[in-house]
Ligand binder design. Structure first.
Ligand code: NQM
Length: 361
């Protein structure tokens, strides 16, 4: 690996990550993860010796390969590289990094570009769910410049429209609309990302605080940690003490014309905006009668569209529900507009494997 690894660095939605062809990485997960830690500069809170940006939202990896699934063009495996711990996790998916997967597939020749726009059918390996990303490819080349604006990203860029067909798993993983944990009412929802919905005031905060104030509130973060561990078990995820799911979203009434205000813990840092699939869970939750937050929400008459307010603006997501065979609410359709941008395409050189100290005199 001293010759380096082909890598495309992209912003996907409000996240940034290193995108690789699976064939350019070791097939064996332990060897792959060791290499990715050395590429991203982990473990180190500044990630000074690698590509990582010293925050979970900028320490992400996409591994992409042609799909054997007849209903997909490519397989997308998302890997979260921890910043200050030597850990690489495949336990969660990422709908923001997903926004760059179709463009990457065209850039690397896995999918031919259309003359005007291209749709890429993606199998999301982490969850087994599917998505279709459609983006402009005038003259057969990916266009990154455009007029679409998303909160949390300066300027405008070409739109990437992502459609999510209903996933295979239940929308309400505990089988109930509400649960009570530690005296707090919660709704556990999974519309592509296991998420626990809570009312901010039930935790003695307003839900309008800046992320750094919430992160600094140790009474709150301790309480959330305990609730998350219990919710993980209720959701059938087992012991989640070392995993990044479920996420926790604090809900408060909207303040800027949207449907709801959110503050999302992912799960230790507080998101500066909100994840795409996390938002899909919130949007679905607000449509479920009796769910936590449903009575705080202002759902307009704009069809499927739900505007989720977050610390740096809002995310518009289309969400509609149906009733599943078990009589519980189930997702019918979820769709979102994101943008993505190729930042560099080149060769990344990983940090060398650490040698034991003191061998030479
Ligand atoms: O929920 C952050 C992000 C995400 C995940 C996180 C995401 C999603 O904003 O689909 O995109 O929740 O860890 O990139």
């Amino acid at each position: 690996m001293t010759d380096g690894v082909p890598c495309l660095l992209m912003r996907g939605g409000t996240s940034k990550g290193a995108y690789f062809l699976a064939a350019d990485l070791p097939a064996e997960p332990a060897a792959r993860d060791d290499l990715l830690l050395r590429i991203m500069g982990s473990p180190d809170e500044r990630q000074i010796d690698g590509l990582g940006g010293a925050h979970p939202l900028t320490s992400k990896v996409a591994v992409i390969s042609p799909s054997a699934d007849p209903e997909a063009d490519v397989d997308y495996l998302f890997l979260q590289v921890a910043v200050d711990r030597p850990e690489v996790s495949d336990r969660q998916n990422c709908g923001n990094i997903l926004a760059g997967v179709g463009s990457f597939a065209v850039e690397r020749g896995l999918v031919p570009a259309g003359e005007e726009e291209t749709s890429v059918r993606i199998r999301m390996v982490n969850s087994g769910d599917r998505a279709t990303a459609t983006f402009p490819t005038p003259g057969g080349r990916v266009a990154y410049a455009g007029d679409a604006e998303i909160a949390g990203v300066p300027g405008t860029a070409a739109p990437v429209v992502i459609e999510f067909p209903p996933g295979a798993g239940p929308l309400l993983p505990t089988g109930r609309v509400r649960d009570e944990i530690d005296g707090v009412q919660v709704t556990c929802v999974d519309n592509g990302m296991p998420t626990v919905l809570l009312e901010a005031t039930a935790l003695k905060v307003t839900g309008y605080e800046p992320p750094e104030d919430l992160e600094a509130d140790t009474a709150l973060t301790e309480r959330l940690r305990a609730i998350r561990l219990a919710a993980g078990r209720l959701m059938g995820l087992g012991d989640v003490s070392d995993t990044t799911v479920p996420k926790l979203t604090l809900l408060a009434p909207p303040r800027a014309g949207g449907a709801i205000t959110t503050r999302t813990f992912i799960p230790v840092r507080c998101h500066t905006s909100i994840g795409v699939l996390g938002a899909a869970g919130v949007a679905a939750g607000l449509r479920i009668e009796g769910a936590v937050g449903a009575d705080l929400a202002v759902l307009g008459t704009g069809g499927d569209r739900v505007r989720i307010e977050h610390p740096t603006g809002f995310l518009d997501i289309d969400s509609s529900l149906t009733t599943g065979p078990d009589g519980l609410p189930a997702a019918r359709r979820t769709a979102v507009v994101r943008t993505a941008r190729k930042i560099f395409d080149g060769t990344v050189f990983p940090r060398a494997v650490a040698r034991p100290r003191g061998g030479h005199r």
